[in-house]
Write a protein of this length. Structure first.
Length: 190
C-alpha cells in the first residue's frame, strides 16, 4: 500500500486540458503493484492524449510489463491536481538505499510548476543513490536528430540542476557519444 503524503479523495488516472495553475498539487508515494499499475495507466493516457507527438510511444509503453519489471520492486511518486494524475516518477528499488530510475513523465500542460522537482525530492529523501538514463519523449520518429540532440541537452541540464552527474562508470555511457543518445546519470546523497 502507498505511503500517504497527501491522499486525493479519489484516484483518477485521467489528464485534463487547461489545468489551472492555482489548483493545489498533492503528492503521494505508491509501492509495488500499485505503483506499477499507476505508471502503466498514466503512460497509456499520455499516449492517447498526445498521439500526434508519440508522447510516449507504444514502444516505451510496452517496456512497462511484469516480464521486464518486478512489480514488487517498483516505487512510484505521483503528482495530482484536482485528483488527476499529472506527473509521475517511477523506479526499480535495488535494496533500501538504491533506486534505478525508469520513467519520469509530466503532462506537458503542467510543466514549469516544479512538479518534477517535488517528485525528485521525495525520491531523494527515500534513497541514498539514484541512477537513470536520459530519454527524450515527445518527438516524432521522423524529426531531425538535431532537434532530439537539442532536447536531450536540455534534459541533461535539468538533471544536473537536480544534482545528477554523468555516470561514466557504466557500459551504457558509450551511447552518450551519439548525438541525442542516452546519457547515464547518477545522484548520490551527500
Amino acid at each position: 500500500m502507498g505511503e500517504k503524503i497527501s491522499q486525493p479523495e479519489e484516484l483518477k488516472i485521467e489528464t485534463e486540458s487547461n489545468l489551472e495553475r492555482k489548483d493545489k498539487l498533492e503528492f503521494q508515494r505508491f509501492d509495488g503493484e500499485e505503483g506499477f499499475n499507476l505508471i502503466r495507466e498514466f503512460m497509456e493516457k499520455m499516449s492517447e492524449k498526445y498521439i500526434n507527438n508519440e508522447y510516449p510511444n507504444k514502444e516505451i509503453i510496452e517496456r512497462i510489463n511484469p516480464e521486464k519489471n518486478d512489480e514488487k520492486k517498483i516505487i512510484s511518486y505521483g503528482a495530482f491536481q484536482n485528483n488527476k494524475l499529472v506527473g509521475i516518477l517511477t523506479g526499480d528499488k535495488k535494496g533500501n538505499v538504491f533506486l534505478e530510475g525508469l520513467w519520469f513523465v509530466i503532462d506537458p500542460e503542467c510543466k514549469n510548476r516544479e512538479i518534477g522537482e517535488k517528485l525528485w525530492e521525495m525520491a531523494f529523501s527515500d534513497f541514498e543513490k539514484i541512477t537513470l538514463l536520459t530519454n527524450v519523449f515527445g518527438l516524432r520518429k521522423n524529426e531531425l536528430s538535431k532537434k532530439r540532440e537539442t532536447k536531450q541537452k536540455a534534459l541533461i541540464r535539468y538533471y544536473e540542476k537536480m544534482g545528477f552527474i554523468p555516470n561514466t562508470n557504466t557500459e551504457s555511457f558509450k551511447y552518450s557519444k551519439v548525438p541525442g543518445g542516452f546519457m547515464p546519470m547518477i545522484w548520490e546523497k551527500k
